[in-house]
Write a protein that binds this ligand. Structure first.
Ligand SMILES: [Zn+2]
Length: 291
């Protein structure tokens, strides 16, 4: 697919994936099982075809990023177990951002594992209210999920360490007030590969970037997010949705024997540039309309 087609597909998917009306069905790719596999070092993919969940395996236990939907918790559990790990060894649960497609399963996973829940400060009121405090979707019952108490409030640059692995939480706000881009090094063949798990740089359908009383600094936050994303060193490009980084295509290459399929610094740069352009276009459109 050419770049234009890819960008269009991505934009259409963004609309579909992030602004579901009341009583909508989930997109099929959100709940479709996907083979679990080792991405690099101690980092594994355990999500569905489009709702990305990541497992970090350490000698002191497991870290899970993104609980996804309540209905996909069994799918994540099966993936973790088929890789040879115990679900009950999940010690720390993290999320990309406080939208229902990435954090609805948190209550269930914590119930099953006793994991501690670490969430970026800007998203804490949202997850603790089950989505009611969300600036955009607070009144939308379809976007709600079981509220969960946060064990540790994260701030920009905080690290999460377990069994020799260190994850860094980068505040990349705009999509939500606490959207978090996670980075870590995966050690592969004695070399450290810089992993970036993008939280979400997307401007959802209906987001007010100009004159938003529920989120006055939203545009400045998006601009800050792109400054952060542009500056992150990236070898392995990942994100909250498989569609961000071409999971299915890269997995097909990985399965065919290309162990470097997920090493994609150029794809990361192109993705960030494309999403920044999409933000700027929408911001200018809304500014012009407000004049
Ligand atoms: Zn989202």
């Amino acid at each position: 697919m050419n770049v234009r087609g890819r960008a269009l597909g991505m934009a259409m998917y963004t609309l579909l994936a992030c602004a579901l009306p009341l009583s909508a069905q989930y997109p099929p790719a959100w709940t479709k099982p996907f083979p679990p596999f080792r991405i690099a070092g101690n980092l594994y993919y355990v999500g569905s075809e489009d709702l990305a969940s990541y497992l970090i395996a350490t000698p002191r236990g497991l870290i899970l990023i993104n609980s996804s939907l309540e209905v996909t918790v069994p799918l994540i559990q099966k993936s973790v177990e088929s890789l040879g790990f115990r679900f009950s060894d999940i010690k720390i649960l993290l999320i990309s951002h406080a939208h229902n497609d990435h954090c609805s399963g948190s209550a269930r996973i914590i119930q099953l594992t006793g994991a501690k829940y670490y969430v970026m400060a800007g998203d804490v009121p949202v997850v603790e209210s089950g989505g009611k405090a969300d600036f955009q979707y607070g009144a939308d019952e379809f976007m709600r999920y079981p509220p969960v108490r946060v064990d540790r409030v994260l701030h920009d640059g905080d690290t999460v360490a377990l069994g020799g692995t260190i994850l860094t939480a980068h505040l990349t706000p705009g999509h939500t007030k606490g959207t978090t881009t996670w980075t870590m090094d995966a050690i592969e063949g004695g070399h450290a590969l810089h992993v970036v798990i993008v939280g979400s740089p997307n401007v959802n359908d209906g987001y007010k970037l100009v004159g938003n009383p529920a989120y006055p600094q939203i545009a400045a936050d998006y601009k800050h997010q792109f400054d952060v994303l542009r500056a992150l060193p990236c070898d392995i490009f990942l994100g909250a949705h498989g569609s961000y980084f071409g999971l299915t295509e890269k997995y097909a290459r990985w399965k065919a024997g290309d162990s470097t399929a997920f090493i994609d610094p150029a794809g990361y740069k192109a993705y960030v540039a494309d999403r920044e352009q999409a933000f700027e276009t929408e911001f200018e459109r809304q500014q012009a309309a407000a004049r």
